[in-house]
Design a protein. Structure first.
Ligand SMILES: *Cc1c(COP(=O)(O)O)cnc(C)c1O
Length: 422
């Protein structure tokens, strides 16, 4: 039986009413094997290219061609302070103060740099708490930090586990682990949205529970930035880092953002690995011997900024500034909620959504567990112009992204999934 409002007509009506509908045309949409526009549900893995990226990058190539080194000062957007052009928009996007945020390096590099400062284990308090099945790179990074300090990741890396037979981690269980083992935990480092299940965590609550136990609290927001409305300053974690090529549409392998809470902005006692771009910019070019960090997140920079990926990121952040996270999350909830309903009522039991159905515990991603881990279903969908993502052992991740996906996309996906299962 068809549920009410499950039709393509209804989807087209929703699209016509969508105040964000014009943004789709500002992105390059890939084509499927049939030469038609693909259903791109993979913005959680690699965001699409904003059309404006080309002109932003070309402007820098032209300035480099015509100005050479003088571009550091005389380019239309001078290269010397280039990272500063990104800061206000990036800070708004994650709900931070401007001096709490900077764009630099890639994500895993930044996790290491931040752990150098914020993972300071002692024999009594040396554990790191992560969520079940963290992204592999995060697990490697955390385990290697523990080993680097001479401790044993087998005992000192602890993982929050879902209850047997369930897929999510109950907030009450996070609290319980912190209450039981808090005094031994040096660092809580959780993915704001788990990459595999799509579960989103309550950052404010975890921060409070961690701080109550004297732990440092950090978040990896790779799957949260540009996906959820974040309030990092208010929620109060000590630090966070995220990449910009997923929901932030800044291009493959692009740069990472970091957040360091204001309370650490002026702490010279914090150890850190230093480089010249983190040095006080008033005296940077006098090249003094002694390192004096910039105030706030900028003090963690090492190198002068790579202009070309930052130009692409400027183009993308301009779009987020225009659209606004609030409007984006509003549409995101409607779109993902509707897709979830379509999938739930399509009458098959070989595919089950493992992402929480509570909209406060997820972003736009839905993870579909395929019975028996049968990858052929995913391959069939790919041949039909669906671009999604298969994760071993048995999950198809789909992300209807509010900036460029439509209700019609959701309808077509559900339709093709039903056909593929038939
Ligand atoms: C995408 C992602 C990464 C990737 O790290 P890079 O250093 O950018 O290659 C790391 N951690 C998480 C949680 C991710 O989602």
């Amino acid at each position: 039986m068809e549920m009410p409002h499950a039709s393509l007509e209804y989807a087209l009506e929703c699209d016509a009413r969508d105040p964000l509908r014009a943004y789709r045309d500002r992105f390059h949409l890939p084509v499927g094997p049939d030469g038609k526009t693909a259903i791109y549900f993979c913005g959680n893995s690699l965001g699409l290219q904003p059309r404006s990226v080309r002109e932003h990058v070309l402007a820098e190539l032209e300035d480099w061609a015509t100005l050479g080194v003088e571009g550091h000062v005389h380019a239309r957007h001078p290269w010397m302070p280039y990272h500063e052009f990104l800061t206000p928009a990036m800070a708004r996007l994650v709900g931070a103060l401007p001096h709490e945020v900077v764009v630099m390096n890639s994500l895993t590099v930044n996790l290491h740099l931040l752990m150098v400062s914020f993972y300071r284990p002692t024999p009594q308090r040396r554990k790191i708490l992560v969520e079940y099945s963290p992204f592999p790179s995060d697990r490697y990074a955390v385990a290697s930090q523990i080993a680097f300090h001479g401790y044993d990741p087998d005992t000192d890396l602890i993982e929050l586990k879902p209850r047997p037979g369930t897929d999510h981690i109950e907030p009450a269980d996070i609290r319980a682990v912190l209450e039981e083992q808090g005094p031994q935990i040096a660092l809580v480092l959780i993915g704001g949205v788990n990459y595999y299940t799509g579960q989103a965590y309550d950052l404010a609550a975890i921060t409070r529970w961690g701080h109550d136990q004297g732990c440092i609290v950090g978040f990896d927001l790779a799957h949260a930035a540009g996906n959820l409305s974040l309030r990092l300053h208010e929620d109060g974690p000590d630090f966070a880092a995220w990449c910009s090529y997923k929901y932030l549409n800044s291009g493959p392998g692009s740069l990472s953002g970091i957040f360091v809470h204001e309370r650490h902005a002026d702490d010279p006692a914090l150890p850190r690995f230093s480089g010249w771009w983190g040095h006080d910019k008033q005296t940077r070019f006098r090249m003094p011997d002694r390192f004096v960090p910039m105030r706030g997140a900028e003090g963690w920079q090492l190198s002068n900024p790579p202009i070309l990926p930052m130009a692409a990121m400027r183009a993308s952040l301009e779009i987020f500034e225009e659209a606004g996270m609030e409007a984006l999350t509003h549409k995101s909830r409607a779109l993902t909620g509707w897709l979830e309903q379509l999938l739930a009522t399509s009458g098959h039991d070989r595919v089950r959504i493992i992402t929480p159905s509570d909209p406060d515990q997820r972003g736009c991603q839905l993870s579909l567990r395929v019975e028996g881990g049968d990858r052929r279903l995913f391959e069939r969908l790919s041949r039909q112009g669906i671009i999604a993502d298969w994760r071993e052992p048995d999950v198809i991740r789909i992300a209807p992204v509010p900036l460029y996906n439509s209700f019609a996309d959701a309808w077509h996906f559900a339709q093709r999934l039903r056909q593929a299962l038939a």
